[in-house]
Design a protein around this ligand. Structure first.
Ligand SMILES: NC(=O)c1ccc[n+]([C@@H]2O[C@H](COP(=O)([O-])OP(=O)(O)OC[C@H]3O[C@@H](n4cnc5c(N)ncnc54)[C@H](O)[C@@H]3O)[C@@H](O)[C@H]2O)c1
Length: 483
């Protein structure tokens, strides 16, 4: 069985690479000529651990190739995966422009039976639209309109661990609808994923609509857990409790579990923000109100500002003359993806208040610069106060504060003594709760986590430091002292 993957981004490349590693002959199609040229030359356009190695060994063995030629690519695969982007539209709904353009492309080039598998995250009912688009193209060529089937196989990989997630899936969701091709489609998908089902079946079979909604439900649930913990953390902050104890206390309950209970400075990325928005929008179109998911989004938007709020409480609204160091720009570790990254919101706020910003990220530097040039397109002068440095310690030189925005491993155990020496005022705003407040307190570093015990925070005197800061000041008993 041969496979074509249409769209060679995070999902398409990982899908193509992993399926070729399982022995399938794979062609990856993309309309981006630059991307395909780079792939031909052995470069990988995204940072994803292990992807380069998997691609290069399968390329060398002739199991995977890359093309911009739609006709050749559609001819090649028995299975055609659609793995193009579904960005948010103005109103928050998923923009199906790329998916339907691919459907039309398939319809224009189809000659014999193909199984069209939608891997992009799409709203319920999209498979019907893809089916209608392909049929329309076929009929306009005078061909049978049911020369194909369209099924749903949403992707659950995590950027940063994508290869591992694909090769060791918790589950594989496949939605197939009853129809003339039902048995054939099920058999083809069963064969495709047989390697993952040898020990026990990981495939969860369902109808197409349920599969489409399962993906949104999964992302909304994960995002909700994060926002829930962020609200608990903010409450812990004013009460003098520690969210890290709470996380362990509730995670030990097997009904809850430990994953996705980390408080921090908000989630970003290409999936949670757009998928929660799209889910709210789908529900609205059907007269339903997804109030939990809507609240999740609102909490997250506020949470992205939490470190800036804390900084302003300490230093006042005007940050002119201040230098703020940032560690981590990507939306999470092990990726260079800057989509909806918290750093973009933070940088905008800091520069708007006159600060200088010195930032370090182990891999996302060039993607960050592209994203910032886009964000500041109308005011590129503001970026003159932003610098990207090539070492984390360099960012700290004469800095008034450090914000840790991404939990890269390099940041887990820094040299705190050196940090204290380098910084003008060693104030650490830990947006990912990496550090032990007690240890930092002993070293004489001012520390502010998200929902960590405030009585361990040491205060430095800034020239225009606010006198009373309700959520920061705490009595020795750990109970916040309100103004
Ligand atoms: N990134 C993730 O972690 C992740 C995880 C699970 C699901 N998803 C979903 O998978 C889908 C793809 O996401 P992504 O992050 O891989 O997107 P991406 O933007 O990284 O890649 C999409 C690719 O599709 C190409 N493309 C667009 N239109 C095309 C066309 N007509 N013909 C050929 N190529 C075309 C683009 O050039 C781009 O290279 C989205 O729906 C996303 O929500 C993403």
């Amino acid at each position: 069985m041969k496979v074509t993957v249409i769209g060679s981004g995070y999902v398409g490349l990982v899908t193509g690479a992993c399926l070729s590693d399982l022995g399938f002959k794979v062609v990856c199609l993309d309309k981006d000529e630059e991307k395909i040229r780079a792939l031909h030359e052995g470069q990988v356009p995204i940072f994803e651990p292990g992807l380069k190695e998997v691609l290069s060994r399968n390329r060398a063995d002739g199991r995977i190739r890359f093309t911009t030629d739609a006709c050749e690519a559609i001819e090649h695969g028995d299975i055609l995966f659609i793995a193009v982007g579904t960005p948010p539209s103005e109103d928050g709904s998923a923009d199906l422009g790329h998916v339907l353009a691919v459907a039309a492309l398939i319809g224009r080039h189809l000659k014999g039976f193909k199984l069209v598998v939608n891997k992009s995250t799409v709203p319920v009912g999209t498979a019907d639209k893809v089916r209608a688009t392909i049929s329309h193209e076929l009929m306009s060529r005078g061909m049978m309109p049911d020369l194909f089937d369209v099924i749903s196989n949403p992707e659950f990989l995590k950027e940063g661990a994508a290869i591992d997630d694909f090769m060791r899936p918790d589950r594989i969701v496949v939605g197939v609808d009853q129809g003339p091709h039902y048995a054939r489609s099920q058999r083809m998908m069963g064969d495709l994923y047989a390697s993952f089902n040898r020990h026990h079946s990981r495939t969860v079979w369902m109808d197409v609509k349920s599969a489409e909604l399962t993906k949104y439900a999964a992302n909304a649930m994960l995002a909700t857990r994060i926002s829930f913990m962020n609200e608990i953390a903010n409450l812990a902050d004013v009460l003098g409790a520690d969210v890290d104890h709470i996380r362990r206390g509730i995670g030990a309950d097997t009904r809850i579990g430990h994953s996705f209970l980390y408080a921090g400075c908000g989630y970003g990325g290409s999936c949670f923000p757009k998928d929660t928005q799209a889910l709210v929008s789908t529900a609205k179109a059907y007269g339903q109100n997804m109030s939990v998911v809507h609240a999740t989004e609102q909490v997250n938007a506020r949470q992205k500002l939490i470190l800036v709020d804390r900084l302003l409480q300490r230093m006042g609204q005007d940050l002119t003359g201040r230098k703020i160091a940032l560690w981590g720009l990507a939306f999470k570790p092990n990726t260079d993806d800057m989509r909806e990254a918290t750093s973009r919101v933070v940088i905008r706020q800091l520069l708007a208040r006159g600060a200088r910003v010195s930032a370090y990220d182990p891999v996302a530097g060039s993607e960050a610069m592209k994203a910032l040039r886009h964000d500041f397109a109308g005011d590129l002068n503001a970026l003159e106060r932003f610098e990207l440095v090539s070492h984390e310690m360099q960012a700290l030189e004469s800095a008034d504060a450090l914000m840790v925005l991404t939990e890269w491993k390099n940041f887990h155990n820094p040299d705190f003594v050196a940090m204290k020496t380098l910084m003008r005022k060693p104030f650490i705003l830990d947006g990912r709760n990496l550090y032990n407040p007690e240890a930092l307190s002993e070293l004489g570093l001012a520390y502010q986590g998200v929902g960590r015990r405030n009585d361990l925070v040491q205060f430095l005197t800034f020239e225009n430091e606010q006198e009373t800061v309700p959520s920061l000041r705490a009595s020795a008993s750990g109970v916040a002292v309100h103004a």
